[in-house]
Design a protein around this ligand. Sequence first.
Ligand code: NAD
Length: 247
Amino acid sequence: MKLLNKRAIVTGGTRGIGRAIVSELANNGCSVVFTYFSSEDSAKNLEKELSTETVKVLGFKADASSFSAAEETVKYALDKLGGVDILVNNAGITKDTLLLRMSESDFDSVINSNLKSVFNYTKAILKPMLGQRFGKIINISSVVGIIGNAGQANYVASKAGVIGFTKSNAKELSSRNINVNAVAPGFIETDMTDKLNEQQKEAILANVPLKRLGKPEDVAKAVLFLSSADSDYITGQVLTVDGGMVM
Ligand code: NAD
């Protein structure tokens, strides 16, 4: 129980990495408000599955790219949980295509869902966190935000932006005891990577020293570490969870 009586917001919590993060936090004693875009049924199921007498797990419908929705989420979490100690910016999308074919809307929607969303929630939670002089903010980036990737200029720009935003905020907020770190997953088995064919997966595995794709739980455990007191002296870092790929 590394997060006993802590309170968190996790964006995009109903499936994949986000769902694993919500479970990991809740199983460690943390109450969670998670956001979802459209899947109301999955949200209700997750609430039921993880709520206990002492741990509240609540879904809130909110588009992460909307600033007013982020403000509403924070208001809801403060009201229902009495405070927020941890923010995990996880929501994200891909719209992969070569730059030559990339439309303005392909670029804008990925930047808004993946990068502006991180601004939205960080900004919305800032005053309460500054006031309580405590906070842990974990932003989910990607290894491609470090090394680049053909066919993903929009996604890579958003994830590299998340790393820059993380480091600036780590410097700006350190005096108020707020740690800001990023996690950069490699290839993790979720709906997002389901689109890859076998040939593409084999090509990826050839560059992964640990010789397997990651699981959502691998990322969730890194988020637990960065949410807990075990990482109190760590800020502004990018923790890769990639089976050694980028190394
Ligand atoms: P996923 O597609 O399974 O889940 C993404 C979640 O985010 C979904 O629940 C979706 O509804 C939600 N979401 C997307 N846009 C949203 C919005 N505007 N508002 C609210 N919710 C929104 O993907 P995943 O693989 O679980 O990805 C989670 C995060 O991890 C993303 O930020 C992704 O970029 C990152 N990531 C994933 C991988 C991977 O290999 N799967 C690798 C590196 C980084």
